[in-house]
Design a protein around this ligand. Structure first.
Ligand code: ZN
Length: 359
């Protein structure tokens, strides 16, 4: 079964695989007050109840860079505060963890994947890596299905388009809409397999109910079919905050809480990942404080603690001893720490190694 489901192309050059597997989940902007705080904990029952007791939890994780989505994720992945285009039109100015893995381990691009809900996270993030903007993949899947529907009832088509419209409407970073961000799946056979799986998902009882549900589904498909050493997943339904509806922002946080737990449980069912995977869950930044001139939770532009100080949870293999670490750490510490787990040195990184994380 493993041989059948494994989609890395035969004959593709492939260096020795690291023993460790890394799944890095970035969430859009969530403040500590809506999550790990006395009043916020009700929004994150899985993170706080199921996962926190088995984790290394860094309660003060600082973003000292540009608090835009692309710059932040680039900073996390390079270990250097990035000041490139906010909308992903330029690649990071330093090597990413993807590049270190490919260059130092001679790994194939099949080892490094990104699945994202946010189209600001373009293929520029990972030169040589596979990047799936899940909504774009959905569009392609739907186009393919619609072609196949031509002789069937019109009603089916309308329902499908309605579902698609719902998913596509949760586009919260309105500026930057015209950034070209096609999915960059390097192996065409792999791409076909995902399109087929998505077609089945669209027809299934659950249906794509949100961008992050879809992203979670695609991430699970990547894990099951490709088994990369390094997978980055980005959830961003909470970014509905930009539209100013607080209840929807909270719903996005609750959804992320469910999905990270689902992803963690899914990893435990995969022999390729169980007992050798370290999963990191972190938000990109907080959001602006209530009463601020930038409309509080709407945005993430302020130079304030609410915007810059967030949290990070580490689960799995690299956790020696569950603990809450209150020492301030920086997001640029993540790349060199995860690099060490994979056996690569992020030599251009500004960050340090988080000493609690076992190598
Ligand atoms: Zn945003």
């Amino acid at each position: 079964m493993a041989a059948v489901s494994r989609m890395a192309a035969a004959g593709e050059p492939r260096g020795p695989r690291p023993a460790a597997r890394i799944v890095l989940v970035t969430l859009g902007g969530v403040r500590r007050q809506e999550t790990f705080s006395a009043e916020g904990v009700a929004n994150i029952p899985h993170l706080a109840g199921d996962l926190l007791p088995q984790s290394l939890f860094y309660s003060q994780t600082w973003n000292e860079g540009v608090t835009s989505h692309f710059n932040t994720i680039s900073s996390i992945l390079t270990g250097v505060w990035q000041h490139v285009d906010d909308w992903g039109r330029q690649p990071p100015a330093h090597p990413t963890l993807f590049q270190y893995v490919q260059e130092q381990l001679g790994a194939s691009p099949a080892e490094t994947w990104v699945v994202t809900s946010n189209k600001a996270l373009t293929a520029n993030i990972g030169p040589g890596a596979n990047v799936i903007l899940s909504k774009q993949l959905l569009v392609e899947a739907v186009e393919r299905i619609i072609k196949g529907y031509s002789k069937r009832q019109r009603l089916d088509r309308d329902m499908l388009l309605e579902e698609l419209t719902t998913v596509m409407q949760d586009d919260y970073e309105r500026i930057g809409w015209n950034v070209a961000a096609p999915s960059a799946i390097l192996n065409p056979e792999t791409k076909q397999a995902f399109l087929t799986a998505l077609g089945n998902f669209i027809h299934g009882p659950e249906g794509p109910t949100s961008g992050d549900e879809l992203t979670c589904f695609v991430a699970q498909e990547v894990l099951r079919r490709v088994s990369p050493s390094l997978l980055v997943v980005n959830f961003s339904d909470m970014e509905v905050a930009h539209s100013g509806v607080y209840s929807l922002h909270l719903a996005g946080i609750r959804k992320a809480d469910r999905l990270v737990h689902r992803l963690w449980q899914f990893l435990q069912t995969l022999p390729e990942y169980k007992d050798r995977t370290t999963m990191v869950i972190m938000s990109e930044f907080g959001r602006d404080p209530d009463g601020s001139s930038t409309n509080g939770f709407f945005n993430h532009r302020g130079n304030t603690e609410a915007t810059r100080c967030t949290w990070m949870m580490v689960l799995g293999q690299a956790v020696r001893q569950p603990a809450v670490i209150e020492r301030p750490v920086r997001q640029v510490d993540v790349a060199p720490t995860l690099g060490a787990l994979l056996g690569v040195k992020c030599h251009e990184s500004q960050g340090g190694h988080l000493s609690e994380i076992a190598v």
